[in-house]
Design a protein around this ligand. Structure first.
Ligand code: ADP
Length: 471
């Protein structure tokens, strides 16, 4: 049993923007099931209720230069043990990171406080052997531990692990931000945070963490190249001895067509009949005509540069020339929202678009679509293709990162070059296969039988933590 303190800015079901939340929620629970003692430090954002929670740390004071922030920390037992840092001055506002499409201007302070609160909790409430930090928002934990606290005997045996869920987000701020997070320029240089005339939270954690993981083996290789290294590839190559890729798992207690409470009918690899009911239900949900002779392509995604919507836009003419229907759920860049709205307006009987975040509808799309499209420019792991495999919704994906690692020719279709022609080629192959029912059912069943449960992934993290803790 290893005491593990996780630090993150999202954890499902309490606070979710994307895949990070799913991973923190499920991994913490899975590690607990493996016998470890786990607690997750999370900001108490607006809307996270405290009923039933117990105050475990009162009047925590954190000084950043002359500014003092006060917080209380509450323990809430959900699927995992959460330590919720309640600092209304920083967290009681709309939006986890900012207003839609934007950032709070003091995010550096908000997540510096998260790190300092985690360290205070590690000292006084839950003494961990491993502190597992997720993404740039938790990256100041190793920075404080290895700079201003480096002689503190409390943390001599504490080891830090950084998991990078998406290298595209590094937490980059002007150097003037240092004074507001209690670090002097010298410490920032020591930590490797000073970079290109600015400070970079993630870079500090990459330099100072004992181990680094990313969320798929292919992504671990890709980030060491200039194309996908986001300016950090050289540093990552230098740290390759402590870097590894561990594939995310899927939470099948939530994503399972045999038990899913959101879908119109349940089904399994042995009995696929319910899926046809789900398809009609999905079409109705989008006010599209009921039909079964046309494949439905589904997409659920942040509408972001990363996710390949420019390929869909470029290929829109060719795509709509095929006999298919398209349903998209997403929110993000106004430019892609506009494109999708226009596409739906131009093809009202074949394209359904819902702009927004809607977990229930995400489940209905996984269940009701025939094909799931993920043409990502890069994809650290990706969860939706893993869910769609389980739902018998055959994925068409770009062969990058976790998409490369989870989809193969027995379960889906891949394209390598990032361009509209390659995407359309893969899609046409999928459409042809869909018309060959026995072949299609074989693809569906092969995908549904794949097991990407958290058990295997959590065991890999466990092995890493044991190695590091010397157990
Ligand atoms: P990323 O973390 O890059 O957004 P992932 O595929 O790893 O991508 O995870 C995305 C998660 O967020 C999935 O659980 C997906 O179902 C969910 N999701 C994304 N966009 C939406 C949306 N608009 N509505 C509901 N769920 C969404």
């Amino acid at each position: 049993m290893i005491p593990i303190l996780m630090v993150a800015s999202e954890a499902a079901p309490l606070a979710k923007v994307g895949g990070l939340a799913d991973v923190v929620g499920a991994l913490s629970a899975a590690l607990q099931e493996l016998g470890h003692e786990v607690a997750v430090v999370l900001p108490r954002y607006r809307g996270i209720p405290l009923d039933g929670a117990q105050r475990v740390y009162g009047n925590l004071e954190v000084w950043f230069g002359p500014a003092c922030y006060r917080a209380n920390v509450y323990l809430r037992e959900d699927r995992s043990r959460y330590l919720l840092v309640d600092c209304p001055a920083l967290y009681d506002r709309p939006g986890i990171y900012g207003p839609p499409g934007g950032d709070h201007p003091d995010n550096h302070v908000r997540f510096a406080l998260l790190a300092r609160a985690a360290i205070a909790l590690a000292r006084h409430v839950f003494r961990p052997r491993i502190i597992h930090c997720h993404d740039w928002q938790a990256s100041l934990v190793p920075v404080y531990l290895r700079t201003i606290l480096r002689y503190d005997p409390t943390f001599i045996a504490t080891r830090t692990v950084l998991t990078i869920h998406n290298l595209g987000y590094q937490g980059i701020f002007p150097t003037s931000a240092l004074a507001e997070i209690g670090l002097d320029p010298e410490a920032a240089v020591t930590a490797g945070m000073s970079f290109d005339g600015r400070i970079n939270f993630l870079r500090g954690a990459i330099c100072l963490s004992d181990r680094i993981t990313v969320v798929s083996p292919t992504y671990a290789r890709e980030i060491q190249t200039p194309e996908l290294g986001f300016g950090l590839d050289q540093l990552l190559r230098e740290r390759s001895d402590v870097l590894r890729g561990i594939l995310n798992g899927a939470d099948y207690s939530e994503w399972n067509p045999e038990t899913d409470p959101y879908i119109a009918a349940h089904y399994s690899a042995e009995d696929l009949s319910g899926k046809a009911v789900c398809k009609q239900d999905l079409l109705a949900e989008f006010s599209l005509p009921q039909q079964s002779e046309r494949p439905v392509i589904g997409m659920v995604s942040r509408l972001d540069w990363q996710k390949g919507f420019d390929l869909v836009r470029e290929a829109a003419g060719e795509l709509m020339a095929e006999d298919l229907a398209l349903v998209v759920l997403g929110t993000g860049s106004p430019e892609y929202e506009r494109f999708l709205r226009e596409l739906a307006a131009a093809h009202p009987d074949r394209v359904g678009v819902r702009i927004g975040f809607d977990n229930r509808l995400a489940h209905k799309i996984e269940a009701g679509a025939d094909i799931f499209l993920m043409p990502s420019r890069y994809e650290p792991c990706g969860l939706n293709q893993i869910y769609s495999l389980r739902y018998g919704t055959v994925p068409v994906v770009r062969a990058t990162g976790g998409l490369e690692d989870t989809v193969d020719e027995s379960t889906g279709f891949k394209f390598r070059d990032y361009n509209a022609r390659a995407m359309m080629e893969a899609l046409r192959a999928a459409l042809a296969a869909w018309r060959d029912r026995p072949r299609w059912e074989a693809l569906m069943r092969a995908g549904m039988k794949k097991d990407f449960s958290w058990r295997a992934s959590a065991a890999r993290y466990s092995e890493l933590f044991r190695e590091l803790a010397g157990y």
